[in-house]
Write a protein that binds this ligand. Structure first.
Ligand SMILES: NC(=O)c1ccc[n+]([C@@H]2O[C@H](COP(=O)([O-])OP(=O)(O)OC[C@H]3O[C@@H](n4cnc5c(N)ncnc54)[C@H](O)[C@@H]3O)[C@@H](O)[C@H]2O)c1
Length: 344
C-alpha cells in the first residue's frame, strides 16, 4: 500500500492576503461571479449562517458561514471551507475595525483543513465584488450616463466598494458621503479623492444624499429600518442595500427587489424579512443576482431597484481559494501541524 502524504497546513496573514487582493480585484470579481453561477446551477451547498450572540452585548455577534462549491467536472474536487466572522460595532470607538475574521479551507479528498487565513479583507473584497457585479447587471445601458453615487455609512465596506467602483465600467461623476459621524464621512471622501480619483464630498442630510444620487450604497450598521419615506426614492435610483436593515417595508414594497438567495435574505430581521412578516408573502422579491448572471432579464427602471445581498459563504471560499492559489507555492506549511497520524 502506498503511504499517504502527510496533510499540509498553511497560514496566511492579513498582510499577505491584502497584497494578493489589492492586485487581484478583477480576478476576485470573476471568482465571485463564477460562485454565483455555480449557485444558480445547483452546484453549491450553502447552509444558513449560524449567528452566535451574547446575552450581555446584544449588538455583538460572531457568524459561521460554512460552504461548498462542487467542481464543474474538471476533476478539481471543488472548494470547501468556513468563514468565522465577528462583528463588534463598538470596536470603532476604540479606533479598530468592527469586523474580524478567519477563513479555513478544507482539502476536497481528505477533508483535512489545509489553510487558515485572515479573512476580514476577503470578506470585504467579496462584498465589494458582489456589489460591483450587481451594479454591472442592473445599470446595464447606463455606461454613457454620468452617474452620481451616494454612500450612506462610511466604514470599511464603503471603502472597499468605492475602491472597486472603477470595475463597474460606469462614468461616475460625483460621490457623496453621509455618515452619522461627519469625521468618518470626511475621511472616506479624502480617501476616495486620493485613491480612486472621483470628486467626493460629504453631505450632512441623509435625505439630500439619497435624493441626488443615481446609485445609493447603504453600508451602515443600523440594526433596524431608519428610512421609511418612499418619496425619497421617487427618482428610481439603483440601491445597493449591503447593510440589509436600513429600509422600511414601505420602501421595499415600492421597489424591484434583487437578492443573492431568497431563503438567506428573508431572515435575521433584514428589511426583506420584516416585509415578509408584514405582508405574509414574498412576491415583492423580483429576481436574484445569480439568475441575472445566467442570462435573466434585469428589472425595468420605472421603480427603484434594491439589491439586498445576504452575503453567501460560497463567495468567501471562492475568494479564499483564489488567495490560496496565489500564495501557497510561496508559503511553507506549518511544520508538524497534523502530528499523530497513526490509527493504531
Ligand atoms: N451583505 C453583505 O454581504 C455584507 C458583508 C459585509 C458587511 N456587511 C454589512 O455592511 C455594514 C457596514 O460594515 P462596515 O464593516 O463598513 O462597518 P463600519 O462599522 O466600519 O462602518 C459603518 C458606518 O456606518 C455608520 N452608520 C451607522 N448607522 C448609521 C446611520 N443610521 N446612518 C448613517 N451612517 C451610519 C457608522 O458611523 C460607521 O461609520 C454592516 O452592517 C455589515 O453587516 C454586509
Amino acid at each position: 500500500m502506498n503511504a499517504l502524504p502527510i496533510p499540509q497546513f498553511r497560514v496566511f496573514t492579513g498582510e499577505q492576503v491584502d497584497a494578493a487582493v489589492r492586485d487581484g480585484k478583477q480576478a476576485i470579481l470573476d471568482a465571485v461571479e463564477a460562485a454565483y453561477r455555480a449557485h444558480h446551477a445547483g452546484r453549491t451547498v450553502n447552509p444558513e449562517s449560524q449567528f452566535l450572540r451574547f446575552p450581555d452585548g446584544h449588538r455583538n455577534r460572531i457568524i459561521a458561514l460554512p460552504a461548498h462549491i462542487r467542481d464543474d467536472g474538471d476533476g478539481g474536487g471543488g472548494v470547501t471551507g468556513i468563514k468565522w466572522i465577528s462583528s463588534f460595532p463598538e470596536n470603532i470607538e476604540l479606533g479598530m475595525p468592527r469586523a474580524s475574521a478567519v477563513l479555513i479551507l478544507n482539502d476536497a479528498t481528505t477533508g483535512y483543513p489545509m489553510a487558515c487565513m485572515e479573512a476580514s479583507i476577503i470578506s470585504a473584497a467579496r462584498t465589494a465584488a458582489s456589489a460591483i457585479s450587481a451594479l454591472r447587471c442592473l445599470a446595464r445601458g447606463a455606461s454613457a450616463q454620468r452617474l452620481r453615487v451616494a454612500f450612506i455609512g462610511a466604514g470599511v465596506i464603503a471603502r472597499h466598494v468605492a475602491e472597486c467602483m472603477p470595475l463597474a465600467g460606469l462614468c461616475i461623476d460625483e460621490v457623496t458621503i453621509h455618515d452619522l459621524n461627519i469625521d468618518y464621512a470626511a475621511s472616506l471622501a479624502t480617501r476616495i479623492q486620493t485613491h480612486v480619483g472621483y470628486d467626493a464630498h460629504t453631505e450632512a442630510s441623509l435625505e439630500v444624499a439619497i435624493r441626488q444620487a443615481d446609485v445609493v450604497v447603504f453600508t451602515t450598521t443600523a440594526p433596524a429600518p431608519h428610512i421609511d419615506n418612499p418619496d425619497w426614492f421617487s427618482h428610481c435610483p439603483l440601491v445597493l442595500h449591503l447593510s440589509l436593515r436600513d429600509l422600511a417595508p414601505s420602501i421595499i414594497l415600492e421597489s424591484y427587489n434583487v437578492v443573492d438567495d431568497i431563503d438567506h435574505c428573508l431572515r435575521a430581521l433584514t428589511s426583506l424579512h420584516l416585509t415578509e412578516v408584514a405582508t405574509g408573502h414574498r412576491r415583492f422579491v423580483t429576481t436574484s443576482l445569480p439568475h441575472l448572471l445566467c442570462g435573466g432579464e434585469p428589472p425595468a427602471r420605472d421603480r427603484p431597484i434594491v439589491f439586498s445581498p445576504f452575503g453567501l459563504g460560497i463567495l468567501d471560499i471562492a475568494v479564499g481559494s483564489w488567495v490560496y492559489e496565489c500564495l501557497a507555492a510561496r508559503q511553507a506549511p506549518v511544520p508538524r501541524f497534523f502530528f499523530d497520524m497513526q490509527r493504531a
